[in-house]
Design a binder for this molecule. Structure first.
Ligand code: PEP
Ligand code: MN
Length: 338
């Protein structure tokens, strides 16, 4: 249930309402908005409790919502969620550009591509140190050595870094280096991992699972928020459809405006995994920005043919820079900067 406090309610009155909510056996999440405070009552919605709370003079209104994804919903928080990572604002007016290779393959190559994407206009560096590979015989990542290389790239470029965590065992080590932690498509419903990441003081980007509905994706994000982490980014990265020849996944651009209406969280788009082919990345990036994406996650490699992971979908740095220039006009049209 969502309890909207009267705009004039003071701290004492808010606490009184919280006490009442708890007395019915509910948990509480408080959101302090610009105009009023909203309390999320965690538990099954009940008409009698709604009436009891609405009888309190400091309560403006109670909304009975199904608790499946309450904290991520627009009903719970009207204002868009925005936060800063390093000097970069996520969910603000600027479309955030995250770029880098699929995997960190070595020090020289990573530092080179990091410098190149920074020059091209990237705001955040990406790279995988722990890779979720379909085959156990494929390159699995450099693990901590990869994280160290990314941290060095951050020192050199001044850009924050995002990298994926694969399991609960490596949360601590990844959090030691990363500015944003990525939950991959394959882990979207790893609820124990999500709960642990929810207790961390680090922003988390959660990819949409390859067969996940929008509701399942939002409920996965709800795990992060309900366990304490409010700095969450949703990332659409394509879903499985019957098409496997011309694209690797089907990028669901329609998810962007839908999720932005349903949720206050920033929504990014990953056109690289979304298409699987570098050739379609620029047009899908244009579409994503036009649809209202708050950021793009793009794979860039200096020598895609030699890449240990996801070469066919990686742009070379020159193409990345060209793409950024062409995105500016679209960003402006939809009231964003780039
Ligand atoms: C990645 O970003 O490199 C990755 C593995 O993505 P996804 O989880 O979307 O497949
Ligand atoms: Mn990849």
């Amino acid at each position: 249930m969502i309890v909207i406090m009267d705009s004039g309610a003071d701290e004492e009155e808010i606490q009184e309402v919280e006490k009442r909510i708890r007395s019915f056996g509910y948990g509480i999440h408080r959101s302090t908005g610009e105009n009023s405070t909203i309390l999320g009552a965690i538990g099954s919605p009940r008409e009698d409790v709604k009436e009891a709370l609405e009888a309190m003079s400091s309560v403006e209104r109670v909304i009975l919502v199904s608790p499946s994804f309450m904290l991520v919903s627009r009903e719970f928080k009207k204002e868009k969620t925005a936060f800063k990572v390093g000097g970069v604002e996520i969910g603000g007016g600027k479309v955030v550009l995250v770029a880098g290779p699929c995997a960190v393959e070595g020090r020289e190559s990573y530092l080179q591509v990091a410098e190149a994407v920074k020059k091209g206009g990237a705001d955040i560096l990406r790279g995988g140190a722990y890779k979720p590979r379909t085959s156990p015989y494929s390159f699995q990542g450099l693990e901590e050595e990869g994280l160290k290389i990314m941290a060095e790239a951050r020192d050199i470029t001044g850009l924050p870094i995002i990298t994926e965590v694969l399991d609960q065992h490596s949360v601590e080590i990844v959090a030691r280096y990363a500015d944003i932690i990525q939950v991959g498509a394959r882990n979207m419903q790893n609820f124990k991992l999500l709960t642990e990441l929810g207790q961390l003081n680090k922003p988390v980007l959660i990819k949409r699972g390859m067969s996940a509905t929008i509701e399942e994706w939002l409920m996965a994000a709800e795990y992060l928020l309900s366990s304490g982490n409010q700095r969450v980014i949703l990332c659409e990265r394509g879903i499985r459809t019957f098409e496997t020849t011309y694209t690797r996944n089907t990028l669901d651009i329609s998810a962007v405006p839908i999720v932005k209406e349903l949720s206050h969280l920033p929504v990014f788009v990953d056109p690289s995994h979304g298409t699987g082919k570098w050739k379609w990345v620029p047009s899908m990036s244009l579409a994503a920005v036009a649809a209202g994406a708050d950021g793009l996650l793009v794979e860039v490699h200096t020598a895609p043919k030699e890449a240990l992971c996801d070469g066919p979908q990686s742009l070379i740095p020159e193409k990345f820079s060209q793409m950024i220039s062409s995105l500016r006009g679209v960003a402006q049209t939809v009231g964003r900067t780039l």
